[in-house]
Design a protein around this ligand. Structure first.
Ligand SMILES: [Fe+2]
Length: 228
């Protein structure tokens, strides 16, 4: 992705979060000089991959297939020999109308995805079978603690206020319903490890290569190691 595109996505997301009164930590707005001044105190942010994360899943078409995330908290059992004992994680995301996060499941992480406001959030779901393909059998999920049986591949729509629990090995794909508006989407989960715990159905890229055509407006998770 081009840096100018990423900058525009982050600016639009900041406006969207502000419209929904969702506030980010102060360092979400730091410029590169402030990062450099404070970096010795920020190991937890770097080691647990906290912060902005914009991806087009390698599609080259962010609006069709992409996601805007900000990881607010996370743990790490042993990354570079350092341990962060937190066993939970939280993200806030902006999911645009018909913008797809493609089918994937997590081997280790269980997560709740929450519609915190805006439009309607649609999911398509399958259990993974033993070969990590789509299992054609029906299964049960919990929507806000209420158990529901679903057919394989069926969709489920969350209104603002509702959440879905995604256990390990449950394939999920999601997007905001056309005409309903973008969704302020929360995630509360076990520790998140985007480098090792995403099993995408098709091979996709998780972190984009960046073409630097202007200065970064905000640093992203993938920038810390390269730019600081
Ligand atoms: Fe997921």
């Amino acid at each position: 992705m081009k840096r100018s595109e990423i900058n525009n996505v982050i600016r639009a997301t900041e406006d969207f979060f502000a419209k929904h009164c969702f506030h980010l930590p102060a360092w979400a707005r730091w410029d590169i000089d402030t990062w450099k001044k404070n970096k010795n105190q920020c190991s937890e942010i770097f080691d647990c991959s906290l912060g902005w994360d914009i991806t087009d899943f390698g599609s080259g078409d962010f609006l069709r297939r992409g996601l805007t995330l900000f990881t607010l908290r996370n743990g790490s059992q042993a990354r570079d020999g350092k341990e962060y004992p937190k066993v939970y994680a939280e993200k806030i995301m902006m999911v645009r109308e018909e913008q797809e996060t493609p089918f994937h499941f997590h081997w280790s992480k269980m997560e709740d995805i929450i519609n915190r406001g805006g439009g309607l959030l649609a999911f398509e779901l399958y259990r993974a079978d033993e070969g990590e393909g789509f299992d054609p059998k029906p299964f049960r999920v919990s929507v806000d603690g209420v158990e529901t049986e679903l057919k394989a591949g069926s969709s489920l729509v969350l209104e603002p206020g509702s959440s879905l629990t995604l256990p390990q090995y449950l394939y999920h794909r999601f997007y905001a319903v056309k005409g309903s508006g973008p969704v302020l989407c929360g995630e509360v989960s076990m520790v998140n490890d985007d480098s090792n715990d995403n099993r995408f159905k098709e091979e996709v890229g998780r972190f984009p290569d960046i073409r630097e055509d202007e200065e970064p407006w905000r640093l992203m998770v993938g920038d810390y190691g390269r730019l600081l």
